[in-house]
Design a protein around this ligand. Structure first.
Ligand code: NHR
Ligand code: GAR
Length: 212
């Protein structure tokens, strides 16, 4: 691969797609040497599909409601992803839990951004849970996706102070701003060949283990 080659990737979304927008912007700015081949949503109403079309990126809706089981859904999803020629799968606000078989197929080449300082607050409603716990800080985490939910090796985190009077919405807005900074950075590392999931299950940057 020569230095001018761009990494083909696919982005999976379910909603607003502001993280998708940050990735699109980084590709256009030249700071992310990648080509978004396809944006896939499990929901036809996701605003991120509009963002993709506005950027001239092909889109496809693969609706989970069209499939009888999670296995059937993930098989269809994998077919669409593999047809796109993507070498990296980027989950960006994708709200469906993925089966073990699907995750193993893309092990070491699938990333997620999660709105908490993992290992704290796996799963949903993370902002409300951090406020309810009286935490002083919150944040977001980019991690390799493994079968266990939100438990994969950590690549990059950003911290956000929790202010008095924060609501889940106000906190989420500040966390999102950090997501838009760290996700393009982590994807760029992968595209540059600097980031990998080691055989030992530890994320590596430039061959050195990442310890958050
Ligand atoms: N799949 C696996 N196997 N491992 C991970 O680490 C995954 C994953 C799929 C998605 C993103 C994750 C997040 O960042 C993610 C990580 C959805 C749910 C969920 O409960 C939880 C975590 C994440 C994504 N989804 C419900 C479900 O039944 C549906 C919720 C809804 O539609 O609103 O799939 O937070
Ligand atoms: C982001 O905060 C992302 O971390 C979170 O959903 C939001 C999506 O925003 N992801 C999850 O909760 C995954 N379960 P976006 O659609 O504007 O990128």
């Amino acid at each position: 691969m020569t230095g001018s080659d761009k990494l083909p990737l696919v982005v999976l979304i379910s909603g607003s797609g502001s993280n998708l927008q940050a990735l699109i912007d980084a590709c256009q700015a030249g700071t992310l040497p990648a080509e978004i081949r396809l944006v896939i949503s499990n929901k036809a109403s996701a605003y991120g599909l509009v963002r993709a079309r506005d950027a001239g990126i092909p889109t496809q809706v693969v609706a989970h409601t069209d499939y009888a089981s999670r296995d059937d859904y993930d098989t269809a999803l994998a077919q669409v992803i593999d047809q796109s020629g993507a070498r990296l799968v980027v989950l960006a606000g994708f709200m469906r839990i993925l089966t073990d078989g699907f995750v193993r197929r893309y092990l070491g080449r699938m990333l997620n951004i999660h709105p908490s300082l993992l290992p704290k607050y796996r799963g949903l409603d993370t902002h409300a849970r951090a406020i309810a716990a009286g935490d002083k800080e919150h944040g977001c985490t980019v991690h390799f996706v493994t079968p266990e939910l939100d438990a994969g090796p950590i690549v990059l985190q950003a911290r956000v102070p929790i202010e008095p009077g924060d609501t889940p919405e106000s906190l989420a807005t500040r966390v999102l701003a950090q997501e838009h900074r760290i996700y393009p950075q982590a994807v760029a590392w992968f595209a540059e060949g600097r980031l990998a999931l080691g055989d030992n299950g530890v994320a590596q940057l430039d061959g050195l283990p990442i310890q958050p």
